[in-house]
Ligand binder design. Structure first.
Ligand SMILES: *Cc1c(COP(=O)(O)O)cnc(C)c1O
Length: 366
């Protein structure tokens, strides 16, 4: 069986360190805040090459809190790619702003800067760059557009820990970056967890206050915030796993290269385009196939798990039935029925990718 994700296997490889890390938190009874959290925050800031890191409850809260910290005028328009997880757009609405969907590039599946430029109105205040599947969005062009129109850039890095654009880690190329440590992400906790990174000390301070009841000290609250803190237990787990992350990203790249080499030129399937000059973290390896559902079934019959990210483009979700772009024709709204995520992860080897490709080829030629 070729699994899509194998967290129990990963745990077995790092069990002694993880068990020690968890035991030390439980023995000290230090579940909220404390040194495990601040240690992870500084380790992750260093890893992402950011001045500041604020741990929060999950990746969705991270986006919401980051938007709130940007202090945009109420009901501002924020441009979000039409292909992402719903958290990206949901956080915009929940923080009191308007979602404007921009289309994606058909070969990288990432937000299309030309379309972003076309969507700008006087109400636009920010662009959300989602480094989807682990590949950095075109940050040079997005930053140029943002600069020209005085917009903020938020990077949703939930799938892109360690990814780089032009030698620079994602997260601080724009104004603020958000991460998810959902268990299945490349760097995953043992429950929900997230973080915000920025080079701006004021933004970092505002995020920390928003995430912790607007407090400056224990019972002195400057404004109403919320409770979205990174658990000490999760921070301790993440500190152990962070040390393995680069090795795991490299293993993902080995699998991705094997897929891309083998699938190049095979008719009936389009491999994802990796742009030059990026470090792709390959959270997902997403191909396009017309007979997607039949191939998925065929792979499953041969004990190969796969996924679909995402089966319904954001504007077409019921949640956006009343959105003015709900019926707009876009690359994203046509491509969603063809996307297929092949298994990838540190639990797989090159040989597994070749095996998956053999099965795909036999399906496509039958
Ligand atoms: C996972 C994910 C999120 C949300 O993170 P959670 O920790 O599950 O709240 C946001 N954006 C993208 C692109 C994601 O993949």
């Amino acid at each position: 069986m070729i699994a899509f994700l194998d967290l129990p296997r990963q745990y077995q490889q790092i069990k002694p360190e993880i068990d020690d890390a968890i035991a030390s938190i439980v023995q000290r009874g230090a579940f909220i805040g404390g040194s495990a959290v601040s240690q992870f925050e500084s380790q992750f800031a260093k890893y992402q090459d950011a001045e500041h890191c604020v741990g929060v409850g999950n990746g969705t809260d991270a986006i919401e809190i980051a938007i709130e910290a940007l202090s945009l005028p109420p009901n501002s328009e924020i441009i979000v790619p039409a292909n992402s997880f719903v958290a990206s757009s949901e956080a915009v609405t929940r923080s009191g702003h308007e979602v404007v969907f921009a289309d994606i590039d058909h070969s990288t599946y990432l937000i299309d800067p030309d379309d972003v430029a076309r969507r700008i109105t006087p109400a636009t205040a920010a662009i959300m760059a989602v480094h989807l599947y682990g590949q950095p969005a075109e940050m040079d062009r997005l930053c140029e557009i943002a600069e020209k129109h005085g917009l903020k850039i938020l990077e949703d890095c939930a799938q892109a820990h360690g990814a780089e654009f032009d030698g620079q880690r994602v997260g601080t190329i724009g104004d603020i970056g958000t991460f998810s440590f959902y268990p299945g992400k490349n760097l995953g906790a043992y429950g929900d967890a997230g973080a915000i990174v920025t080079d701006d000390p004021d933004l970092a301070r505002r995020c920390r206050m928003i995430a912790n009841h607007g407090r400056v000290e224990k019972y002195n609250h400057e404004f109403e915030g919320r409770n979205s803190r990174l658990d000490a237990l999760q921070a301790a787990v993440l500190s152990v796993k962070l040390k393995k992350l680069d090795e795991w990203i490299e293993l993902r790249n080995v699998v991705a290269r094997a897929y891309s080499r083998t699938l190049a030129g095979v008719s009936g399937i389009v491999a994802p385009h990796e742009r030059t000059g990026v470090r792709h973290s390959y959270h997902l390896y997403v191909v396009q196939v017309e007979k997607r559902d039949a191939l998925r079934q065929f792979l499953s019959d041969h004990e190969i798990q796969s996924g679909v990210h995402y089966p319904i483009a954001l504007p077409k979700l019921s949640a956006y039935a009343n959105h003015k772009q709900s019926e707009e024709d876009m690359v994203a709204t046509r491509l969603d029925r063809a996307l297929l995520s092949l298994p990838i992860g540190e639990h797989l080897r090159e040989e597994d990718a070749y095996f998956v490709c053999e099965k795909i080829k036999s399906f496509l030629s039958s």
